[in-house]
Design a protein around this ligand. Structure first.
Ligand SMILES: C[S@@+](CC[C@H](N)C(=O)[O-])C[C@H]1O[C@@H](n2cnc3c(N)ncnc32)[C@H](O)[C@@H]1O
Length: 297
């Protein structure tokens, strides 16, 4: 499924793009937001497009090539937690704005073959990086080698999974006989561990386990915290940062991280901005999205 940018107008408006300014799209994917930023920046502007997924970045590059009067665009295959080093590399001291549209894209979920979806039968990888180094931790490593208590803590801590202990126990007991290699095997193990009533709810019973493993594999909360930590230093006065989150753990991390920096980062709205009913009807994936915007004092 192609990825429809979420809260596009709200986030671009929130960035208050200055013509000729310097902006960062920390989660470029296939440039859904970057295209709009680039159009507003004009020839004298600079846009840095970061993503861990090099296949998505390659596609962003192709899309952004067609823009008339495009700014100078740098594509960076990296984790946005390294934002200070990335800016230093381009000899940029401070920026006018940054957008982080967190989590994974529809393509990564549906077509990457990396095991993000419980509806597919794929190897248990779950890295945002399409071609990670051999020593990168994958979901396979977690379910086959991490301790039962750590797996349970991940499921509970990252996704509030009610049956975290039962699922962790089932994973560890299964792997004593057979290595867990695919998403389908993992879904079957979860199905056997949770009560029947949980298997028949509207939300799929594997949703939280998959979300938690993905978050652990990519150290998603750690990356968000590192980015927020860097904001006071990298944002110019009146520079803006926009965060789009998709679930409560992610939003809590952004909210608490930004709150800890209230002395230098002012929230633009009291509450998070949420999608309109029209947007949700057009793009159901947007239903849990929340946008938080802050400005550097
Ligand atoms: C929701 S998608 C962004 C979609 C994009 N804004 C659009 O509308 O086309 C999130 C992207 O962020 C990337 N990503 C997630 N965490 C990252 C991190 N810590 N550093 C760099 N990229 C990351 C994912 O690989 C994915 O491509």
């Amino acid at each position: 499924m192609s990825h429809i940018p979420v809260l596009l107008k709200e986030s671009i408006d929130g960035l208050v793009i200055k013509k000729g300014g310097t902006y960062v799209d920390a989660t470029t994917n296939r440039a859904g937001h970057s295209v709009e930023i680039a159009k507003l920046l004009g020839k004298k502007g600079t846009l840095i497009c970061i993503d861990l997924d090099q296949t998505a970045l390659a596609s962003a590059k192709r899309k952004l090539k067609d823009i008339k009067n495009a700014p100078e665009i740098h594509f960076v295959h990296s984790n946005f937690r390294h934002i200070k080093e990335i800016l230093r590399k381009f000899e940029i001291n401070q920026i006018d704005g940054i957008l982080a549209d967190l989590g994974l894209s529809s393509q990564e979920l549906d077509d990457s073959g990396r095991g993000f979806s419980f509806q597919k039968d794929e190897p248990l990888q779950m890295t945002f990086d399409a071609h990670p180094d051999e020593d990168t931790t994958t979901a396979y490593d977690i379910v086959n080698f991490w301790s039962e208590s750590t797996i349970a803590d991940i499921l509970y801590g990252f996704a509030d999974e009610t049956y975290s202990r039962r699922i962790a126990r089932a994973i560890v007991s299964h792997r004593e006989n057979k290595t867990i290699k695919t998403t389908k095997e993992l879904v079957d193990i979860i199905a056997g561990a949770v009560p029947a009533i949980y298997r028949h709810r509207r939300t799929h019973f594997a949703t939280k386990t998959f979300q938690a493993l993905r978050m652990a594999v990519n150290d998603e909360l750690g990356s968000i915290n590192d980015l927020i930590e860097a904001l006071p230093e990298i944002l110019k006065t009146e520079g803006r940062a926009c965060f789009i989150t998709f679930h409560s753990t992610e939003d809590r991390t952004v909210k608490q991280g930004l709150r800890a920096k209230l002395d230098v980062l002012t929230p633009i709205t009291k509450k998070a901005i949420i999608p309109t009913d029209d947007e949700i009807n057009l793009n159901p994936r947007a239903r849990s999205a929340q946008l938080r915007i802050v400005e550097r004092i």
